[in-house]
Design a protein around this ligand. Sequence first.
Ligand code: LLP
Length: 460
Amino acid sequence: PSTARRGADGALEIGGRSVGEILADAPTPVFVLDEADLRGRAATWAAAMAEEFWPGYDMNGGEAYYAGKAFLTTRVARTVLSEGLGIDTASAGELAVGVAALAAVDGEAATAHATRLGLHGNGKTRAEIRTALAHRVGHLVLDSAEEIDLAAAAVRELRESGTFGPEETGSVMLRLTTGIHAGGHEFISTAHEDQKFGISVATGAALDAARAVVTAPELTLHGLHSHIGSQIFDLAGFREAVGVVLRLRHQIAEATGVLCQEVDLGGGYGIAYTGADPVAPSPAEVARALAEAVRSLCAELGDAVPHVSVEPGRSIAGPAMVTLYTVTGLKRVELGEGAARLYVSVDGGMSDNIRPALYDAAYTALVANRRPDPASGLVRARVVGKHCESGDVVVRDVDLPADLAVGDVLAVPATGAYGRSMASNYNLFTRPGVAWVEAGRQGWVLRPETIADLLALEGD
Ligand code: LLP
């Protein structure tokens, strides 16, 4: 995070608080959110989209929706809304958090016209779709032909109940499968043909779906959506996606007379987890590349420029948090020919960060409670958790100071996205808290779970 530095005593400091101060109020393992950093990243995305898509003579406005799946609480949602972002949600739970935060930031009345919220996901239920429609979310992104029928049925219900006027339509977008293969790992690459998301452009299903929406008296086709994958550094895939989406938009207009107002190009902008990762493109670079692609293709097609949105998650929340762990054990394993590996056990593991086990994701770690003695040298280390699985790895390969001792605190950077949000209770671990720090102050974004919380869920 941007406020992280070594204090005079050599201990790590975040948000003006030393690790010792942070841990006095928050036991390890704990996620620490640098609020100023989060706010800054949100503001940077908002500014980049506003500037590059400024609705002047050749652009039609643009904005960023924070992808709440990366990490969402009402506090986080309030922060990003206050910085001018919308929020993209992927479930009834995320949507409820988005609605609560919108009420806090923009007032209760805004929740009936929640243009700054979106709802995504394949396999949405009729109830989820109806809730999103009742809030008139700006981006209700339908993922299949079945969801088009569910949305039409939900609008009929809302008209009957009086929530909608008798002629009012539900504004929807369609999630396209663009055929583009991009992303850091097969599990997070989402737009090639052979996977579950979206409606295929190549087979003609997307054009059929657009016809179905346009002809449904209950629905309005607001826009098209593409998300090609996650942890992507190369902007070429996004440019390619712009081409597929805008060409389909043109085709839909020819076939139905409706030129979609908005194009949502999804998230997926990569971040550096370790020094070996490439440098991520800045929001301004992303926005400029997208704007240029949109501008030139619309000119070529002779189409009016759409409103353009993006949905960054990882690049906003990821670098804003670190996880602090306490070292609980050290074991040296000889690898032969003089080589050795130090297994460093910590008091967390795959229940607070599943990404190494799930995606083979690389992280790094540093000693956080003191300045390591440079004279002690480095050892090849593997940081491991306390779950009963050998795949329970926190950091697969990292050089740590040879004077590392039990009781030292390790910081693992860039755990803000898909860390706490994918945490589990495996082995009946309680999920760690998330502490916010800023300008020397500290509080809880999420308090740590307790064993009583776990027992409270049990039936007879
Ligand atoms: N929009 C849609 C429709 C998405 O499916 C996603 C992520 C995003 C936006 C945000 O993508 P981001 O900017 O955060 O890359 N659990 C995985 C990542 C799964 C991402 C799923 N969709 C991980 O830990 O790497």
